[in-house]
Design a binder for this molecule. Structure first.
Ligand SMILES: NC(=O)c1ccc[n+]([C@@H]2O[C@H](COP(=O)([O-])OP(=O)(O)OC[C@H]3O[C@@H](n4cnc5c(N)ncnc54)[C@H](OP(=O)(O)O)[C@@H]3O)[C@@H](O)[C@H]2O)c1
Length: 296
């Protein structure tokens, strides 16, 4: 199958690139807005907001499946510029659906209110509280309107050895400061982008195509505070020469000035994705170890 992976320079896109050689039966094409100078594979410049360019690329290269890893992911900036976030997270997703190729798209826990108290199922009512969440939800809706057989993975708290994320921010700030306050009243599950990439490929490889929405994160539940503590604990065990002695202090969201409301509860129920694609999902602490080993 000819597969186009958009957003190839991002966290998930890079993990898809690393995974692709394990599937020599498929021909992968990687694209993003910009082509980095020393890209390890060929990256095609392709703006997914440009409907004609996208349609031509898909048709010229006989693309049968688009895995959309491209997105506007800056939650705070989206609040200031919702039209731009909507162009990428919603209207461009419709462009992808209209190419006629099959689509695997990535969405987010931000489609929910974040005020729940038990793991969100795929069928639970959506109620986004942020511009990012609204635009991602509209992307899901436009996608299914134009391509009812599309497949969507909703994920949360994504990190990787590529790009910017919470793990890297903690290690950077931890090296600069004596103390760090991290919220403990927001809980969810970290997701190693490599595990999400593997789940995406599991959905490609199963003999039958299973359209619909699936929730995917790593296993387990923690607060951002717990996550930060574990990042430092594991980092210090793995790289003692680079020991981070910063103290991590728990704080409340109300004490932390954030321009955008963050969900207090982001845990996703993964029963459906595990059953449908026969997945065994690693616990978040084990996946964090794998990521930190890569970053070492
Ligand atoms: N990060 C998280 O914590 C998180 C949580 C839940 C769900 N998700 C979802 O998971 C998916 C992957 O996230 P990620 O963290 O891997 O994202 P990411 O690292 O921000 O990568 C997204 C990529 O898409 C590119 N892009 C932006 N606009 C584009 C356009 N018009 N045409 C083509 N490419 C464009 C970006 O380029 P620029 O960098 O140049 O803009 C970037 O390389 C996204 O759908 C995201 O919404 C992420």
């Amino acid at each position: 199958m000819n597969i186009l992976v958009t957003g190839a320079n991002g966290q998930l896109g890079n993990e898809m690139r690393l995974l692709a050689p394990q599937f020599p039966e498929h021909r992968f094409f990687f694209s993003d807005l910009f082509v980095p100078d020393n890209a390890p594979v060929r990256i095609f410049p392709l703006d997914i907001t440009c409907r004609d360019a996208l349609r031509n690329f898909v048709s010229d290269n006989s693309i049968q499946l688009v895995i959309n890893c491209a997105a506007y992911t800056n939650v705070d900036r989206a609040e200031q510029d919702e039209p731009e976030a909507r162009r990428i997270n919603a209207l461009a997703v419709e462009n992808i659906a209209l190419t006629g190729a099959r689509v695997i798209h990535i969405s987010t826990d931000y489609v929910f209110s974040g005020e729940g108290c038990c793991p969100y199922r795929e069928s639970d009512p959506v109620a986004p509280r942020t511009a990012y969440g609204r635009t991602k939800l509209e992307g899901e809706q436009l996608l299914f309107n134009a391509a009812p057989d599309a497949l969507v993975f909703r994920t949360a708290w994504l990190y990787s050895s590529f790009g910017n994320n919470f793990v890297k921010t903690m290690l950077r700030l931890g090296a600069q400061r004596d103390t760090l306050s991290v919220v403990y009243d927001q809980v969810g599950t970290p997701t190693f982008a490599a595990d999400l990439a593997a789940a995406v490929m599991a959905a490609v490889q199963v003999p039958e195509w299973h359209p619909g929405i699936y929730h995917f994160t790593n296993e387990g539940v923690c607060s951002w505070y717990d996550f930060a503590l574990e990042v430092f604990r594991q980092h210090n065990a793995l790289v003692p020469a680079d020991h981070v002695s910063c103290r991590v202090l728990p704080c409340l969201s109300s004490e932390y000035a954030s321009p955008t409301p963050r969900p207090h509860y982001s845990v996703l129920d993964k029963a459906l994705v595990k059953r449908t694609f026969n997945l065994t999902i690693p616990h978040w602490t084990d996946s964090l170890t794998r990521c930190l080993e890569l970053m070492k």
